[in-house]
Design a protein around this ligand. Structure first.
Ligand code: GTP
Ligand code: MG
Length: 205
Protein backbone atom coordinates (compact mmCIF):
# COMPACT_ATOMS: atom_id res chain seq x y z
CA UNK A 1 0.00 0.00 0.00
CA UNK A 2 1.46 3.32 -1.04
CA UNK A 3 0.75 6.14 1.36
CA UNK A 4 0.98 9.58 -0.18
CA UNK A 5 0.16 11.74 2.83
CA UNK A 6 0.22 11.12 6.54
CA UNK A 7 -0.01 13.58 9.39
CA UNK A 8 -0.26 13.75 13.16
CA UNK A 9 -3.79 14.88 14.00
CA UNK A 10 -3.94 14.85 17.78
CA UNK A 11 -3.22 13.21 21.08
CA UNK A 12 -5.30 12.08 24.01
CA UNK A 13 -4.20 11.83 27.61
CA UNK A 14 -7.52 11.46 29.40
CA UNK A 15 -10.31 8.91 29.13
CA UNK A 16 -13.19 10.10 26.97
CA UNK A 17 -11.27 13.04 25.49
CA UNK A 18 -10.42 11.86 22.00
CA UNK A 19 -10.36 13.66 18.66
CA UNK A 20 -13.76 13.55 16.92
CA UNK A 21 -14.08 10.24 15.08
CA UNK A 22 -13.87 10.53 11.32
CA UNK A 23 -12.35 7.63 9.38
CA UNK A 24 -11.93 3.99 10.30
CA UNK A 25 -9.25 3.66 12.96
CA UNK A 26 -6.55 1.03 13.41
CA UNK A 27 -5.13 0.80 16.92
CA UNK A 28 -1.55 -0.33 17.55
CA UNK A 29 -1.22 -1.93 20.96
CA UNK A 30 1.55 -3.72 22.77
CA UNK A 31 4.10 -3.80 25.51
CA UNK A 32 6.24 -0.76 26.02
CA UNK A 33 9.28 -0.75 23.70
CA UNK A 34 7.85 -3.55 21.54
CA UNK A 35 8.02 -1.37 18.42
CA UNK A 36 4.55 0.15 17.94
CA UNK A 37 5.78 3.55 16.83
CA UNK A 38 8.46 2.00 14.61
CA UNK A 39 5.86 -0.24 12.97
CA UNK A 40 3.59 2.74 12.28
CA UNK A 41 6.44 4.66 10.71
CA UNK A 42 7.40 1.70 8.55
CA UNK A 43 3.80 1.14 7.41
CA UNK A 44 3.67 4.82 6.49
CA UNK A 45 6.55 4.35 4.10
CA UNK A 46 9.43 5.23 6.38
CA UNK A 47 8.05 8.54 7.59
CA UNK A 48 9.20 9.53 11.07
CA UNK A 49 5.81 10.64 12.34
CA UNK A 50 5.49 8.50 15.44
CA UNK A 51 8.21 9.16 17.95
CA UNK A 52 10.35 6.12 18.66
CA UNK A 53 12.67 5.75 21.59
CA UNK A 54 15.15 3.51 23.31
CA UNK A 55 13.55 4.53 26.59
CA UNK A 56 10.62 2.21 27.26
CA UNK A 57 7.42 3.79 28.48
CA UNK A 58 8.05 7.08 26.75
CA UNK A 59 4.65 7.30 25.04
CA UNK A 60 1.98 7.78 27.71
CA UNK A 61 -0.74 9.11 25.45
CA UNK A 62 -2.74 8.06 22.42
CA UNK A 63 -1.42 9.59 19.23
CA UNK A 64 -3.67 9.85 16.16
CA UNK A 65 -2.27 9.89 12.61
CA UNK A 66 -4.34 10.56 9.52
CA UNK A 67 -3.41 8.32 6.59
CA UNK A 68 -4.31 9.72 3.17
CA UNK A 69 -7.60 11.01 4.58
CA UNK A 70 -8.77 7.39 4.38
CA UNK A 71 -8.04 6.02 7.79
CA UNK A 72 -6.46 6.87 11.10
CA UNK A 73 -3.66 5.03 12.89
CA UNK A 74 -3.74 5.22 16.67
CA UNK A 75 -0.49 4.67 18.55
CA UNK A 76 -1.56 3.44 21.99
CA UNK A 77 0.60 3.92 25.08
CA UNK A 78 2.65 0.82 25.87
CA UNK A 79 2.05 -1.29 28.94
CA UNK A 80 4.11 -3.49 31.19
CA UNK A 81 7.11 -1.31 31.81
CA UNK A 82 8.04 -1.60 35.48
CA UNK A 83 9.93 1.66 35.79
CA UNK A 84 7.15 4.10 34.93
CA UNK A 85 5.52 5.71 37.96
CA UNK A 86 2.68 4.01 39.79
CA UNK A 87 0.35 6.82 38.74
CA UNK A 88 1.26 6.34 35.08
CA UNK A 89 0.67 2.62 35.32
CA UNK A 90 -2.68 3.13 37.02
CA UNK A 91 -3.72 5.60 34.30
CA UNK A 92 -3.05 3.22 31.42
CA UNK A 93 -6.05 0.91 31.75
CA UNK A 94 -8.85 3.51 32.02
CA UNK A 95 -7.34 5.50 29.16
CA UNK A 96 -6.91 2.55 26.79
CA UNK A 97 -10.14 0.82 27.77
CA UNK A 98 -12.06 4.07 27.40
CA UNK A 99 -10.70 4.41 23.88
CA UNK A 100 -11.15 0.79 22.75
CA UNK A 101 -14.49 0.38 24.48
CA UNK A 102 -16.21 3.46 23.07
CA UNK A 103 -14.73 4.00 19.65
CA UNK A 104 -17.35 3.17 17.03
CA UNK A 105 -14.88 3.77 14.19
CA UNK A 106 -12.37 1.25 15.54
CA UNK A 107 -11.90 -1.22 12.67
CA UNK A 108 -9.25 -3.47 14.20
CA UNK A 109 -6.36 -3.83 16.59
CA UNK A 110 -2.78 -4.60 15.61
CA UNK A 111 -1.33 -6.28 18.70
CA UNK A 112 2.43 -6.21 18.58
CA UNK A 113 4.26 -8.92 20.42
CA UNK A 114 8.00 -9.18 20.91
CA UNK A 115 8.92 -12.24 18.88
CA UNK A 116 11.10 -13.50 21.71
CA UNK A 117 8.59 -13.07 24.52
CA UNK A 118 5.36 -14.37 23.06
CA UNK A 119 1.96 -13.87 24.68
CA UNK A 120 1.93 -12.97 28.35
CA UNK A 121 -0.89 -12.06 30.74
CA UNK A 122 -1.32 -8.55 29.35
CA UNK A 123 -1.68 -9.80 25.78
CA UNK A 124 -4.26 -12.38 26.83
CA UNK A 125 -6.18 -9.64 28.66
CA UNK A 126 -6.13 -7.48 25.52
CA UNK A 127 -7.28 -10.39 23.36
CA UNK A 128 -10.19 -10.98 25.77
CA UNK A 129 -11.06 -7.28 25.68
CA UNK A 130 -10.98 -7.23 21.88
CA UNK A 131 -13.28 -10.25 21.77
CA UNK A 132 -15.70 -8.54 24.17
CA UNK A 133 -15.89 -5.42 21.99
CA UNK A 134 -16.04 -7.61 18.86
CA UNK A 135 -13.05 -6.17 17.07
CA UNK A 136 -10.61 -8.18 14.95
CA UNK A 137 -6.99 -8.50 16.05
CA UNK A 138 -3.81 -9.29 14.15
CA UNK A 139 -0.83 -10.57 16.12
CA UNK A 140 2.30 -8.95 14.78
CA UNK A 141 5.56 -10.57 15.91
CA UNK A 142 8.01 -7.68 15.87
CA UNK A 143 11.79 -7.53 15.78
CA UNK A 144 11.75 -10.75 13.78
CA UNK A 145 15.04 -9.61 12.22
CA UNK A 146 16.70 -10.49 15.54
CA UNK A 147 15.82 -14.18 15.29
CA UNK A 148 17.45 -16.98 13.36
CA UNK A 149 15.38 -19.32 11.20
CA UNK A 150 14.75 -21.90 13.90
CA UNK A 151 13.85 -19.34 16.57
CA UNK A 152 11.44 -17.61 14.26
CA UNK A 153 9.61 -20.77 13.27
CA UNK A 154 9.23 -21.68 16.92
CA UNK A 155 7.98 -18.19 17.79
CA UNK A 156 5.41 -18.03 15.05
CA UNK A 157 4.13 -21.50 15.95
CA UNK A 158 3.83 -20.49 19.61
CA UNK A 159 1.73 -17.46 18.66
CA UNK A 160 -0.78 -19.55 16.74
CA UNK A 161 -2.83 -20.14 19.85
CA UNK A 162 -5.58 -17.90 18.68
CA UNK A 163 -8.53 -18.64 16.38
CA UNK A 164 -7.61 -19.28 12.75
CA UNK A 165 -9.21 -15.96 11.81
CA UNK A 166 -6.50 -14.13 13.72
CA UNK A 167 -3.47 -13.59 11.52
CA UNK A 168 0.01 -14.06 12.97
CA UNK A 169 2.40 -11.85 11.04
CA UNK A 170 6.20 -11.97 11.36
CA UNK A 171 7.31 -8.33 11.12
CA UNK A 172 10.37 -6.16 11.15
CA UNK A 173 10.44 -2.39 11.13
CA UNK A 174 14.09 -2.70 10.15
CA UNK A 175 13.82 -4.95 7.07
CA UNK A 176 10.21 -4.20 6.15
CA UNK A 177 9.22 -7.85 6.38
CA UNK A 178 5.49 -8.23 6.96
CA UNK A 179 4.56 -4.70 5.88
CA UNK A 180 2.46 -5.90 2.93
CA UNK A 181 0.66 -8.51 5.00
CA UNK A 182 -0.23 -6.00 7.70
CA UNK A 183 -1.56 -3.61 5.04
CA UNK A 184 -3.69 -6.36 3.48
CA UNK A 185 -5.12 -7.17 6.89
CA UNK A 186 -5.94 -3.51 7.53
CA UNK A 187 -7.58 -3.21 4.10
CA UNK A 188 -9.78 -6.22 4.83
CA UNK A 189 -10.87 -4.75 8.17
CA UNK A 190 -11.78 -1.36 6.76
CA UNK A 191 -13.73 -2.91 3.90
CA UNK A 192 -15.60 -5.04 6.39
CA UNK A 193 -16.38 -1.99 8.45
CA UNK A 194 -17.69 -0.07 5.49
CA UNK A 195 -20.55 -2.56 5.38
CA UNK A 196 -21.56 -1.39 8.85
CA UNK A 197 -23.65 1.80 9.15
CA UNK A 198 -21.30 4.58 10.18
CA UNK A 199 -21.74 5.65 13.78
CA UNK A 200 -19.24 8.44 13.41
CA UNK A 201 -20.16 12.01 12.52
CA UNK A 202 -18.77 13.38 9.25
CA UNK A 203 -15.34 14.92 9.55
CA UNK A 204 -15.38 18.66 10.05
CA UNK A 205 -12.98 20.42 7.76
P1 GTP B 1 6.69 2.85 23.67
O1 GTP B 1 6.22 4.04 22.93
O2 GTP B 1 7.68 3.15 24.76
O3 GTP B 1 5.58 1.99 24.18
O4 GTP B 1 7.57 1.93 22.64
P2 GTP B 1 7.16 1.44 21.15
O5 GTP B 1 6.40 0.18 21.24
O6 GTP B 1 6.55 2.54 20.38
O7 GTP B 1 8.61 1.08 20.57
P3 GTP B 1 9.50 1.91 19.52
O8 GTP B 1 8.89 1.88 18.17
O9 GTP B 1 9.83 3.23 20.11
O10 GTP B 1 10.81 0.98 19.46
C1 GTP B 1 11.55 0.66 20.63
C2 GTP B 1 12.97 0.27 20.23
O11 GTP B 1 12.95 -0.94 19.45
C3 GTP B 1 13.66 1.30 19.34
O12 GTP B 1 15.01 1.36 19.73
C4 GTP B 1 13.50 0.76 17.94
O13 GTP B 1 14.53 1.17 17.08
C5 GTP B 1 13.55 -0.76 18.18
N1 GTP B 1 12.78 -1.52 17.18
C6 GTP B 1 11.48 -1.34 16.86
N2 GTP B 1 11.07 -2.21 15.93
C7 GTP B 1 12.15 -2.97 15.62
C8 GTP B 1 12.37 -4.07 14.71
O14 GTP B 1 11.48 -4.54 13.97
N3 GTP B 1 13.63 -4.62 14.69
C9 GTP B 1 14.64 -4.16 15.49
N4 GTP B 1 15.81 -4.77 15.43
N5 GTP B 1 14.46 -3.12 16.35
C10 GTP B 1 13.25 -2.53 16.42
MG1 MG C 1 5.92 4.44 20.99
Amino acid sequence: MKVSAAAFVGAATEPGRFPPPSRPEIAFAGRSNVGKSSAINRLLGGRKLARTSNTPGRTQQLNFFDVDGRLVFVDLPGYGYARVSHAQRAAWRPLVESYLGTRGVLAGIVLLVDARRGLEDEEHALLDFAAAIERPVALVATKIDKLNRRERDRTVAALRVAPASMPVIPFSAVTGEGVDVVWRTIAAWTEEQRGVPARAPRRRS
